[in-house]
Structure formats: C-alpha cells, structure tokens
Design a protein around this ligand. Sequence first.
Ligand SMILES: NC(=O)C1=CN([C@@H]2O[C@H](COP(=O)(O)OP(=O)(O)OC[C@H]3O[C@@H](n4cnc5c(N)ncnc54)[C@H](O)[C@@H]3O)[C@@H](O)[C@H]2O)C=CC1
Ligand SMILES: CC(=O)C(=O)O
Ligand SMILES: [Mg+2]
Length: 627
Amino acid sequence: MWRVARSAASTFRRTRRLSTAISAPCIVHKRGADILHDPWFNKDTGFPMTERDRLGLRGLLPPRVISFEQQYDRFMESFRSLEKNTEGQPDSVVSLAKWRILNRLHDRNETLYYRVLIDNIKDFAPIIYTPTVGLVCQNYSGLFRRPRGMYFSAKDKGEMMSMIFNWPSTQVDMIVLTDGSRILGLGDLGVQGIGIPIGKLDMYVAAAGINPQRVLPVMLDVGTNNQKLLEDRLYLGLRQPRLEGEEYLSIVDEFVEAVHARWPKAVVQFEDFQAKWAFETLDRYRKKFCMFNDDIQGTAGVALAGLLGTVRAQGRPLTDFANQKIVVVGAGSAGLGVLKMALQAVSRMTGPSADPHFFLLDKNGLITKDRKDIDPAALPFAKAHHEIEGLGLQEGAGIAEVGTNNCYLHLSAFYAFQDNKAGLNVCQVKKVKPHVLLGLSGVGGIFHEEVLRAMKESDSVRPAIFAMSNPTNNAECCPVDAFKLAGEDIVFASGSPFANVDLGNGKIGHVNQANNMYLFPGIGLGALLSGARNISDTMLEAAAECLASYMSDDEINRGILYPSIDDIRDITAEVGAAVLRAAVAEDLAEGHGDVGVRELQHMSKEETIEHVRQNMWYPVYGPLVHE
Ligand SMILES: NC(=O)C1=CN([C@@H]2O[C@H](COP(=O)(O)OP(=O)(O)OC[C@H]3O[C@@H](n4cnc5c(N)ncnc54)[C@H](O)[C@@H]3O)[C@@H](O)[C@H]2O)C=CC1
Ligand SMILES: CC(=O)C(=O)O
Ligand SMILES: [Mg+2]
C-alpha cells in the first residue's frame, strides 16, 4: 500500500514545456483595445504582426514585437531590482511591494503571470500564498484596485441564480469559496478574506494546471464580527454582524445551488470557514455535490503523510504509527480533521478496536470525557479518566489564557514569552513524552522554550514538531528554536515556509512545509478529471497515501517529509491520478470531457498519471483567432 519510490518527476517540467510549445488556436470574441485590456488574451508587446492585423491591434502597440522570453526576462529584471531597491525595509513593506508587482502582472497578462509563477514557484508561492496573502487580506480594502472573482452577499438573497451568469467565462472547473470567518490564523476578516480563494486558485493553476479561465474565487459576504473592520470607513464588505443559524445556511444553500445549476461538474473547495460552519457545510453538501473542505480534509492528508514519514524517519515499520503518542494542540477544523484521518489510518492498521495514543488540547487545555459541553467532533479523542490518571493528567491540563503575543524567528522573543508562563502546560509534554507535537492552534509561539526543551525527553529517537499554523507569525514555534531546544535529531515541519537551519559542522536542520498545498490541487484535479459525483474518504485517503509514499528512504532519513515545492506539478499529477483512480474504483466517476468512465477504467496507473499530466494547462502564447 505504501509505495516508496520517486517518479520520473524531474524530467516532467522540461518535457511538459516542449510538448506544449505548440498550442491550439484560441477563439476570441473581442477586437482591438478590448483584447489588450483582457488579461486572459493580452500578450502586450508580444502580439505578432499577423495577429495585430487580424485583431485590429495595428497602431495600438509600439511597432517592435517582443518575444515571450524577452517579456519574461524583463519582468524578472523588474522584480529583482524591486528586491534590491527595497533592501533593508521592513518585511511587510517588501512583501506587499512584491505582491503588488505580481498582482499588476496578473491583472494585465495572465499567460506571462502564470509562467513566471510556475517557473519561480519557490520564490513566488510565499507572496501569492502564505504568508504574504495573509497580510494582503488584512490590508485588502486599502490595496483594492480591481475586483477578482465574485462576491455574493447577504443582500443578494434571491438573486444568486441570475448573478452566477454574470461571470464572463462559459466554463468553470474549480471554485474556491470562503466566508472570510477564519482567515489563516488571523481570525474574521470579512470580505477581505477573498485573497485566500485567489491565492488558492493561483496554486491550482501553478500546481494542477487548471486553466485560469476556468477558475472562480468566491467570497460569501454574510457580514463580519470584526469590530475594527466594521468601524473602518474603507471596509468594502457588508457592515453588519455575521448572519447565524438558518439565515446563514440559506445563503450558502442558494449559492451552492446556483453554481450547480450553471456548472454542474465544477469542484467546489470550501476554505477558511470557522469550525462550526466548516463541519456543518461539509456534512450538508458532501454527498450532494463534488466539494471538499480543504482545512479539514486537505490538511488531514498532508499531516498524515508527514506523520507516517516521521515513523519511517525513526526506522520503524509504518504499522508502528498505531503506537505513536501524538499531542495535537488545536481542536478546530484542522486539528480535528487531522485526528479523524489519523484514527482511520490506525484502524486500517490494527482493526476497528484501534486505541491510538492521541492527546487533544484546545484553548481550555486537555480535552477529556469530563469536559462540559464537549464538541461532539472532539469526543472520539477525549481522554477517559483511567487513560490519564497514571500520567497525572486531568481535564483541562495545560489550561491557560494564552496571549497572542507573537514571538517568532528570534529566540530573544521566545524568552520574552517565558515571562508569561501561560500557554501549553509543559508538564503535559514532560509527562506524555510524545513522539509528535503538532500545532494547529493559530497561536504564535505557543511551543515555547520549556515545551521545546521537554521534547528532548520524548520517547521517540526522532521526535517530530509540526508547527502548522499560518501565517508565519502564528506558527507555534520557529525552526531555529525547535532545533536548538528540542535537539538536532528532530523532524520539523511548519505551515508557512521557513529557511532550513544551519546546525553547524556542515549539518542542516531540514524545514518541511506541512501545508495543504501539497494535496488540495491534486484532490481538485483528480475529482475534476474523473467527473466524480462527490469526494469520498477513500479518494482523500488515496491522496494522502500517494503523498506519504512519494519520498525516498534517503530523503526521509534526512528529515525530508515532503517534496520540494519546485516539484509541485509532479506530485500533483501523481496525487490527481491516485484520486481519479480511487473515484473510478469506487464507482463515483462519470468521466470528463470526451474521456468516459470506460476509458478511465482501462487506464493503467502510469497511463492515468500521464493522462492527468496531459490535461494540465501550461502558459504559452497560443494563436488568437477572432470568431
Ligand atoms: N498548515 C496547513 O496546511 C494548515 C494550517 N492551518 C492553520 O491552523 C490554524 C487553526 O486552523 P483551524 O483549525 O481552522 O482554526 P479553528 O479556529 O477552527 O481552531 C483553532 C483551535 O485552536 C484552539 N486554541 C486556541 N488557542 C489555544 C491555546 N492557547 N492552546 C491550545 N489550543 C488553542 C481553539 O480552542 C481551537 O480548538 C490556523 O492558524 C490555520 O492557518 C489550517 C489549515 C491548514
Ligand atoms: C493553509 C491553510 O489552508 C490555512 O492555513 O488555512
Ligand atoms: Mg485554509
């Protein structure tokens, strides 16, 4: 089941470029300046003379034709000089300046934008995705110049079925939807959360090769409970408290039905909903539509793949996963999603009477069966009295009012945090001696010095620390401190990117990025190309298994749990194929385009991967033909 082999991945990017160098003509319904102002078709100075004649562009551009490669180089030169010119300025200023220059290109010329994004994904993902996207959302109303995506608000009730036809593209394959209620670890950002669907869909184009003309970022604005935003005169969303209960659900229902009516085969990804609505909407729609919740389900698969990797890194057989003591800090949509999938994995390994060693904490500390008003979703992971009394633990152990006084990157800041002894009760880590400490709390710096030092006493020869909260400032700890305080042998992963740590003597502490970006593009693409009626647990497990088995033993031994982001298209092709095959095997597939189910059924695994690759869009200037 858990294959350990690397595909012929590294050759993929090169061959893909060659194979798409000649692209099919694209029909445009516009002429002249309208084309120049349409980022889907615009080539700027790259329009050849024949096209300038055909499309009424002669005279609207300077006479010299500049090649795609020259345009690419010119953009990269501008980007590099911006980097140079902003040297020494605060990180937030530099990050926003980089986001602006990329966003301007996105607004003007999508082909060039996606080419620079794909070719420089390692440098640009932190700008269009976490962490900078968080800053962009926080400053959205001020940064706003042009709309992107669609906005459905509580004031649009009864109108959504007609509004959906305002979207200019005839076909939509992927939709990412948020209500802005829990944006990364930044809380309720109301309409400003639209930056997240935009960033996620940029990753879909870059990683899964979804055609950018077929993606739709959506904001469902049902109000906000963020007082600061409600009082901000520039705030662009509805100035009203969030809708609740049936009122809220009726808005989501109406939107989902409108989408389904126009694009019945579109895959809908729910993103960054507060936990109660994340679970409720997943439950409500997952059997009716082809949808998934990325924070619950995508994160779970990525975390599980990483957790299985840590078992391999300990030199243990994968079945030893059932014996791992895992402390999860954060019992929201992400933390519960991870534990649910981990429990399923243990059950597959040991049978239905599985008794995993999971400990779950939320802001009120350790969750036990004594908890009053326990969240039903947390109940399967709540500890019974007899399970913890021997450890000297009790309900709420580790309870503390944790300030969100963020302390990252610099050890001195962490030490400052120690003055506030609140936070994760170090005794728990000392008493449990976990193999894995995994944070999905959204609370920056909560894995403070004492906690990290206590991980040295872990029962594992290779303890793992996953500080998965985003963006950077909300990470539970930074890798420099983790390697310094918990020991050089740890395996480390964070949700947002950090640099590897130089441990001296030529040794490197590898920093993994445990982010759902390694799975959601493949889940969406596999679901789309299979034409799945819905996205089942088996399809999600197939995605996680594929990621878990992608890394070689040598990489795992070096603490490398996930592929480089440079290989994101390759891993996405494999994950997409695994999801597609699972959909076919489960009889959920209906086929896509002119490839029917029977054809999908007859594809070998390698043929499926190749089929997925061949269906990835790649940015080149194709000939434009006026209708
Ligand atoms: N790396 C990745 O791929 C992903 C990371 N995340 C990150 O995970 C974080 C949480 O996301 P959700 O679960 O959706 O949020 P959520 O709001 O649903 O859950 C947060 C949980 O943390 C708990 N918590 C808050 N303060 C705490 C404290 N001091 N000690 C212990 N627990 C505490 C809360 O009680 C709650 O159970 C966010 O920062 C998000 O960015 C989420 C999804 C994917
Ligand atoms: C990565 C992601 O989905 C989150 O932090 O919410
Ligand atoms: Mg998310």
